[in-house]
Ligand binder design. Structure first.
Ligand SMILES: Cc1cc2nc3c(=O)[nH]c(=O)nc-3n(C[C@H](O)[C@H](O)[C@H](O)COP(=O)(O)OP(=O)(O)OC[C@H]3O[C@@H](n4cnc5c(N)ncnc54)[C@H](O)[C@@H]3O)c2cc1C
Length: 162
């Protein structure tokens, strides 16, 4: 949830900057450029999606236990730091050169977000674990598909007798 908070703070900084009437490019406040406004909207979608994913993992830990929530935890550990890194990157872009200066915290946030993709276990390890979980379902999915196919064939056969 620290990463969600950092993303919210980043979005606040970005919105304050791009709506600042004193900062104009090509005669327009930055937010009047369509791509900048779209970035703000996409960030909001990303943050809300990430928050829900964290809450879903926390809820499962409470209801089941940490072991039972491994998949949800792995998904959150990959999704949230990646979302944060993308968010900070877009905010830095909107700030221009100021974004990579020491005058704003964004460059510092960027380094912290990058570390998160390693610190809680590298993305690759969580992705491998998730892939194992999903691929394990292969046999069961094929069996279910065969059952549906057999049922459909049965229905057609019975129908043709009417
Ligand atoms: C800021 C920070 C805080 C940390 N805090 C803690 C902490 O509180 N507790 C703790 O126990 N550890 C902590 N760590 C350590 C962290 O868990 C390890 O850095 C991390 O697990 C990666 O191990 P490593 O650095 O030895 O890199 P390596 O294990 O050498 O991995 C290097 C890279 O190889 C790739 N890789 C590794 N394994 C696989 C794989 N199975 N498949 C594909 N690619 C792979 C990944 O790209 C990975 O980034 C922290 C690290 C940082 C940077």
């Amino acid at each position: 949830m620290c990463a969600i908070g950092m993303a919210e703070r980043t979005l606040d900084l970005m919105i304050a900057r791009v709506t600042d009437p004193s900062r104009r490019t090509f005669g327009q406040v930055l937010a009047r450029h369509g791509t900048v406004a779209a970035d703000v909207a996409k960030i909001r979608i990303d943050i809300n999606a990430a928050r829900l994913m964290v809450l879903a993992a926390a809820d499962k830990i409470d209801r089941v236990n940490a072991k039972g929530a491994l998949r949800d935890i792995a998904m959150a550990k990959v999704m949230v730091p990646n979302m944060l890194q993308r968010t900070i990157d877009l905010a830095i872009q909107a700030f221009g050169a100021a974004g990579v200066s020491q005058d704003f915290p964004l460059a510092r946030f960027h380094a912290a977000a990058r570390a998160l993709r390693i610190a809680d276990g590298p993305d690759e390890v969580h992705i491998q674990q998730l892939a194992r979980f999903e691929l394990f379902r292969g046999d069961a999915i094929r069996k279910k598909q065969e059952a549906i196919k057999a049922r459909r064939a049965q229905i057609y056969k019975n129908g043709s007798k009417l």
